[in-house]
Design a binder for this molecule. Structure first.
Ligand code: PGA
Length: 242
């Protein structure tokens, strides 16, 4: 595990973008595993800037996102497809047909999970998976539990996750109760994992995930098993590490 700690969130964004950009520069048709949430927004802005400056092209890149809410479609402004379009895909030279987010608006969400896993499998290994970290240790929407499902699956969201995401909806009742998420097994199959965490409010869970016991009750702790994990933190998020 390689832990990088920077003073500011701006530095974290720049370094995160550089790590992703270097993968695309070395392999123009790289497969990127992407994430939503507040954490990657600044990284995506940096990638857009590199693309606008002609330093980086996404024309051959393929992407697979971690997760999507069940019950809302890609046009909904809180869907993760919409988030990705708004924060990244609409502003870079990527072919939208090469961008993949689970479809949360299907009649059969379980079948969509099987389809999504098969699509990732057929595409080949993800060159890198970008991850944020939930306050409860979740990655994607893999919530703390007695066991974890390896592949893409439907999850019931933890109350604290719905609470955390209610800030984006009119009220908590509008936050979907279920989501489709890549499993921890899918995530761990990526060649490289980039876990990015910012803010003092995540310092305790960062400590638990990286230096605590490996347990399904803290899904991010399973990342300790990955041979090529980069953890990118601001000073506040890394403040409790020994
Ligand atoms: P955040 O969410 O980036 O909005 O803090 C991270 C997560 O819950 O995975």
């Amino acid at each position: 595990m390689n832990i990088l700690i920077y003073d500011t969130q701006e530095q974290v964004n720049k370094v995160g973008a550089t790590i992703l950009a270097n993968i695309v520069l070395a392999k123009p048709n790289a497969i990127l595993g992407l994430a939503t949430g507040g954490t990657p927004v600044g990284i995506y802005k940096e990638l857009v800037a590199k693309n606008e400056q002609g330093l980086l092209s996404f024309s051959e890149v393929r992407t697979y996102n971690l997760d999507e809410y069940v019950g809302i479609d890609g046009e909904h402004d809180q869907s993760y497809r919409y988030f990705m379009n708004e924060n990244l895909f609409n502003h870079i030279d990527i072919n939208k047909a090469n961008t993949h987010v689970p479809n949360g608006k299907v009649a059969d969400a379980e079948a969509e999970c099987v389809r999504y896993d098969a699509e990732i499998e057929a595409a080949g290994q993800l060159d890198i998976q970008l991850l944020g970290l939930g306050h409860n240790g979740h990655i994607g929407f893999n919530e703390p539990d007695d066991s974890q499902v390896p592949g893409t699956h439907v999850v019931e969201l933890a109350q604290e996750t719905r609470q955390a995401n209610a800030r984006f909806f009119a009220n908590i009742d509008e936050v979907p109760t279920h989501a489709i998420t890549m499993g921890v097994g899918t995530i761990l199959k990526a060649k490289k994992i980039l876990l990015v965490v910012k803010g003092e409010d995540k310092a305790d869970i960062v400590k638990q995930a990286l230096q605590g016991p490996i347990t399904t009750q803290c899904p991010a702790s399973l990342l300790q098993l990955h041979p090529n994990l980069i953890v990118l933190l601001d000073k506040a998020a890394g403040s409790k590490l020994s």
